[in-house]
Ligand binder design. Sequence first.
Ligand code: MN
Length: 679
Amino acid sequence: MIPDMDLKIHSRDIDTLIGRMKEYGSEADFSAVRRAYDLAARLHEGQKRLSGEPYITHPLEVALNLTMLHMDSVTLCAALLHDAVGKTEADLNLIEKELGAEAACLVDGVTKISVMKNKSRTVAQAETLRKMLIATVKDLRVIIIKLADKQHNMRTIMFHREEDQKTIAGETLEIYAPIAKRLGMSKISSELEDLSFQVLYKEEYGLIKNELAEREGERQKYIENVSRLLNERLAGAGLHLEITGRAKNYFSIFRKMKMQNKSFDEIYDLRGIRVITEEVKDCYAVLGLVHTMWTPIAGRFKDYIAVPKSNMYQSLHTTVIGPEGHHLEVQIRTREMHETAQVGIAAHWLYKDNMAAKGESYKNIAVLNDINRLFNESGSSLQFLKDLKMNLYEDEIFVFTPKGKIVRLARDSTPVDFAFAIHSEVGMKAAGAKVNGKIVPLKTKLKSGDIVEILTSKTAHPSAGWLKFVRSSGARYKIRSWIKKNEQPAEDTDSKKEEKKEAPEAEVIVPQEEQIKLSRLSENKKSMVSIDGTSNILIKLAQCCQPIPGDDVVGFITRGRGISIHKRSCTSLRPMLREKERFVSIVWESSPKNFYPVRLNVEAKDRPNLLKDVADEIALCRANVIKVEAALKTEDRALLKFILEVSGSEHMKEIIGRLKRLKSIIDVYKSEGKVVLSK
Ligand code: MN
């Protein structure tokens, strides 16, 4: 999403700016903007940017960025003078005299955000952020100018020394990009992300860029095909709409790969299209058609039109199984919703007829209330930064207790997770829940900002059914141990059955003649193996299920990336099941020389020397312990979590069998958790 750099800055001047303004606002105060430009040019006279260009090119570019958001003339005046106070001898009085109090106030806001020096990085960041948000609540235009400023600074970051580049990019990625995102300004936020990403992770950036370029043709074709099919159906229904593929944000691909521990292919396999309609009712008509053409995936439909996100985002989302079995994400929205999705909060200016919009009218925007509430509830700047970040990362939500305490949970958490997060006793006695004042089922998925109240009862107790929907491992563990302790055989078997149901076996049937014998997989899990002695193919053990020799596995032929080996029960195979021809069967051959990391949990009554005895036994089995975590789960019960290296599932069984015979051991089991080994 990085735009082609337009470095012909010298060719732009105040007339370029005025020209851009005329495209959207005929009533603007052009003479004020000219006055601001002349004043800025005079003040910055003789100053140079690191690029060697006259300094005035920077405020001019910032103002030009703001015309993309159709900002009013006062904002553009302030943008032209945003570096004047501090970098020149000008003060606010001068600006107020020349351009009025409103512009001076905006300049003041922007200036205050930037003066954070001589503090530790985290503290400085937290305070910058806090200042920025105070300014935002007072007048949104301050933050919008600041973001446009960052945008130009990031576009010209290559003129800094390399280590300065890293500092600036880090701050941009941690503060400015998330703020832009929070305000719904997705176009700016993804540009800031990608520009920072390029500086901070040069190598990864290059890799993703290459991968994308390599697959672009195939992807384009797929999207074109889908668009054609959809267009035919729409035309049949009398609708003629714009269908586009979606812009790619390199950094979001990178983040997904990191956070979900997935390969490029797994992330990239998701294809997305967007349908832009004229009217809201058409959105729902298109949705209906899409669902008749391709099978929708349960739980993936979201109606952000009826319930907009707090940053004003509106759209319908659905995921269907598209042609060739690919998951296809479809976003459907009107043109106006689409533009709002790009510029977020700045859409207030986009759709304003008169250009004299005032900060006052933006005070009721949900996101501002959100920020305000966070702001009032967080004691220190650091806590505030933490709370805010919580709200920014997609994999986390934060919810409130009725008294306003913030509780942080993983996405898709339920009131049960919330109850255990408050206190295990609350979890143990949870009988029901209220979300935002309404009674809801305990399995309800919580959203950021929900106010959650747990109704407890003395006679209530955990139920095996909860295991079906709880997200946090802590809650899951406590529920399990309660069930074990209060063993009611009937319920226990139920819970086992239910757990089984959660992960049904993927039905992968593979023609026997295409067997691949896996003899050696080298340590980095990649290897060249021979199929029928004719060709060499790259083999990778899938990171999602981390199979080890002896596991029941199947191979999936990826596009251009060799074969990835998954457990037959791996849920990530499900979307690929339609493409039977891309599966091959896999036979493990004994390879005593290789070792694979696995997680092994040992539960035991605590006693002296417990850890030592268990570790000794593991050593006797010739397995390597990479990591161990020991914790007391109850007063007398210990949970030892090992990461071991084993040669395969037989080896694993041997270890489990021997550990189970040790004194005071309650249970030994392989944990399905992924093993991530940091280097
Ligand atoms: Mn600046």
